[in-house]
Design a protein around this ligand. Structure first.
Ligand code: IFM
Length: 432
């Protein structure tokens, strides 16, 4: 099936380097990343993007998912950088030359520092700011971009920033998490409308392809740690609803059936979304499962914010990544079947493993790609698969330790080299 999209995914802050105008840069400077790491030059992609896209094309890919760095384009509120816009335009031109269909993400975890200072997405004005940014990008680049993800992992962003302490500002304030969640939903809907409305001309190799706007939603397979424990069972169901389902319900124009921990008053819910579907595809980012534990007393590691809930991502003996995330292809099948139930086409916008020795990635790929193949053969409408990631990169609060790349990066000289698992991915694609 020729039109299936085979790709890799990356994000601006994790690879570009020099993203000094965003909230993460400030956070890193405050020593909030493990080992005091700072993104700095990251993988120096800003200077090496031609080489990197060539590496992607060498894998036999036909699509590339990347993100645009809002803080580069608008480093100060209302001040736009034409140099940054030119750079993204060149990136897209390079995609065209190499026949890599661009899949552009507007927001991937980082916000401009000026927005962060005003409360980020917990600020009701954020939607307007995000809409303004989207308009700029669409007017300049939109004619050449057939695929869009508005926001990457909105639920991770809201919880990571305001419950889990793993993203700036790293505070514990569940009410702000709920506000951010609803602002992100609104922002997505606004961007969805703008992209469709403002894309009036289409040019380039994909001008006749349908314009598709979606998002990239992280899905986890929540399970009770002790299957017989009624509370753990109930909490894992509740987390499924909050983490996986609430966003999807909003996208479908429905109010989530769950009251989000009773902190989402009716007044916050974006009623203007009601009765319409706000996406052309569902982007699924899938990595692993989460074992849910009832922990009434703080027991240190694995504790979730200040909540009496513990999360772990693998049992001791289970095959797992360097980050301790279980290799769990059954969960991939489960979340895809669940997401397909919404009736929209699916796209795997991320799937990958931190594996610095590259001794598990091949098997990881084989198992997850087999699930994908099976579901496609059954007739599930899955339009593409993007492996996370093309290169090793800056893994947020974990710094540069975790290695997700099909290409290894030597950070002393930025040399890239293909891992054996990268060859395996290329062969898999070739055999299709
Ligand atoms: O690196 C991240 C990415 O930015 C978002 N999805 C999960 C990846 C691995 O943790």
């Amino acid at each position: 099936m020729e039109s299936f999209l085979w790709g890799v995914a990356t994000s601006s802050h994790q690879i570009e380097g020099g993203n000094q105008w965003n909230d993460w840069w400030q956070w890193e400077a405050q020593g909030r990343v493990e080992g005091g790491a700072r993104s700095g030059s990251a993988t120096d992609h800003w200077n090496r993007y031609r080489e990197d896209l060539r590496l992607a094309a060498d894998l036999g890919l036909n699509s590339y998912r990347f993100s645009i760095e809002w803080s580069r384009l608008e480093p100060e509120f209302g001040h736009w950088s034409s140099e940054a816009m030119d750079w993204y335009e060149s990136l897209i031109a390079e995609c065209e030359r190499l026949k890599l269909k661009p899949n552009l993400t507007l927001h991937h975890f980082t916000s401009p520092q000026w927005l962060a200072e005003q409360g980020g997405f917990s600020n009701p004005e954020a939607t307007g700011f995000f809409g303004g940014f989207t308009k700029r990008v669409v007017r300049r680049l939109g004619s050449r971009v057939p695929l869009w993800c508005t926001i990457n992992e909105p639920v991770v962003l809201a919880l990571g920033s305001y419950v889990l302490g793993i993203m700036p500002p790293g505070v514990f304030a569940p009410d702000l998490a709920v506000r951010a969640f609803t602002q992100l939903l609104r922002s997505h809907a606004v961007a969805y409308e703008i992209i469709h409305r403002e894309t009036t001309t289409r040019v380039g190799p994909w001008k006749d392809d349908p314009l598709q706007v979606g998002f990239a939603h992280n899905l986890l397979d929540f399970q009770a740690d002790r299957w017989w424990h009624p509370l753990e069972f109930a909490i894992s169901r509740m987390l499924w609803r909050i983490y996986n389902k609430a966003w999807m319900e909003g996208i479908m124009g429905r109010r989530p059936s769950v009251k989000l921990l009773n902190v989402l008053p009716e007044a916050h819910w974006p009623h203007e979304l009601k009765g319409r579907v706000w996406a052309d595809f569902v982007g699924v980012n899938y990595y692993t499962k989460a074992y849910v534990q009832w922990r009434p007393r703080d027991s240190g590691e694995g504790q979730t914010g200040n909540l009496p809930i513990g999360l772990s991502f693998a049992r001791r003996r289970e095959a797992q990544s360097d980050l301790g995330w279980a290799i769990h292809p059954k969960g991939f099948e489960k979340v895809l079947r669940w997401a397909a139930g919404y009736g929209l086409p699916l796209m795997i916008t991320e799937n990958g493993i931190a594996d610095h020795t590259d001794d598990r990635r091949r098997e990881f790929l084989e198992k997850h790609l087999s699930v994908l193949q099976k579901l496609r053969e059954e007739g599930m409408d899955i339009q593409g698969y993007y492996h996370w990631s093309l290169l090793d990169n800056f893994e947020w609060i974990k710094g540069f330790g975790p290695r997700f790349g099909l290409y290894q990066v030597d950070y002393s000289n930025f040399n890239r080299s293909l891992r054996l698992s990268g060859e395996y991915y290329r062969e898999w694609i070739q055999s299709q």
